[in-house]
Design a protein around this ligand. Structure first.
Ligand code: ATP
Length: 315
């Protein structure tokens, strides 16, 4: 019996486009821009918190009407009461989704900021329980991958991203994040005696621990009784900590992306700093109405990405 490759040669690996980047860097936007140019893409979420149903504003899930008809998989599909997803779970579930997409002759695009999940998903060999990002683990990043991957890394300078993230948290709060968290974290709104009612998958989402502390001290039901000034101060402190934690998350994510690159992953970096600088400037009084951010984004991020993707698809 022949043991080597068949006459057709070894099976070619399936193609997978991966969009990486820190929180807020524009991964979802780029994924939609590419999906509208190449209409056979289907998007697979790789943000470990957005896997779960609930807290759609707080976790920044792309709302259905903004998905522009592009199929999105693993976005808000799981019950947070079922417990935490591990990287090994993600490898299994996302692997099945990607096979399904490929079998339908579409091309999968993995989009999200959880680098430990991305690593688990695409590494040729994966040891459940290992963590290439944690000091103390022996595992190191290998460039051997189980898919034919094209990696796009949307990067924004930390100084500009910090300003943008602060603005984004304010916008999220304005568009309903506070009410969403009030319902989720306010002890008045929960069955405090039922441990099974604690939605484990979402308890670590940025915003939940910060506002749980706030609502413990200032439950919505006692709004009229407490000192408004103190309440306001506690609210502002919670918002400050959320902004700070979001920036810390972005820095850790960039550190992990650099580790993957250091391990031999061929990441193609797209610099979105100028586009984000224009977004941040839009709301400042000295804004001179210079080039619109969307034009810069198109020229500096979308067009170079589309060229890379076109070449990858033609290979
Ligand atoms: P880690 O090893 O720290 O778990 P990771 O790469 O597996 O990192 P990240 O996506 O970096 O996963 O998420 C780490 C933490 O950042 C989450 O546990 C959560 O606290 C926060 N976080 C990540 N994504 C979101 C989100 N969409 N909304 C709110 N918080 C988030």
């Amino acid at each position: 019996m022949a043991t080597g490759p068949t006459s057709a040669g070894p099976r070619r690996k399936d193609k997978l486009l991966v969009i990486m980047g820190a929180t807020g860097a524009g991964k979802s936007r780029l994924s939609l821009d590419l999906a509208s140019r190449f209409p056979f893409f289907e998007i697979v979420n790789s943000d470990k918190i957005q896997l779960y149903r609930g807290l759609d504003i707080t976790t920044n899930k792309l709302p259905l009407p903004e998905r522009l008809g592009v199929p999105h998989h693993l976005l808000g599909e799981f019950d947070p009461l079922d417990g935490d997803f591990t990287p090994a779970d993600f490898r299994a579930v996302a692997g099945q989704v990607v096979s399904g997409i490929t079998n339908r002759r579409k091309v999968p695009m993995l989009v999200g900021g959880s680098n430990s999940f991305i690593h688990a998903m695409v590494a040729e060999r994966f040891e459940p329980g290992s963590n290439v990002f944690e000091p103390g683990f022996d595992a190191s990043v290998s460039a051997e991958l189980r898919y034919n991957c094209c990696f796009l890394w949307v990067d924004v300078s930390m100084a500009v991203l910090t300003e943008y993230l602060s603005k984004r948290v304010d916008e999220m709060l304005d568009s309903g994040m506070f009410d969403e968290l009030a319902e989720f974290c306010d002890p008045d709104g929960q069955d405090k005696h039922d441990p099974a009612a604690v939605p484990t998958g979402l308890r670590k989402a940025i915003g939940v621990p910060e506002f749980t502390r706030y609502f413990k001290k200032y439950p919505q039901s006692k709004r009229d009784e407490d000192d408004d000034r103190e309440r306001r101060g506690a609210y502002e402190e919670a918002v400050r900590v959320i902004k700070d934690n979001t920036c810390q998350l972005a820095k850790r994510q960039i550190g992990k992306i650099l580790r993957l690159r250091g391990g031999g992953w061929d990441l193609r970096r797209l610099d979105a700093t100028d586009a984000f600088r224009a977004v941040v400037a839009m709301s400042t009084p000295e804004n001179d109405g210079g080039e619109r951010w969307s034009e810069i984004w198109e020229r500096q991020v979308v067009e170079p990405s589309a060229k890379i993707v076109k070449r990858f698809l033609e290979e």
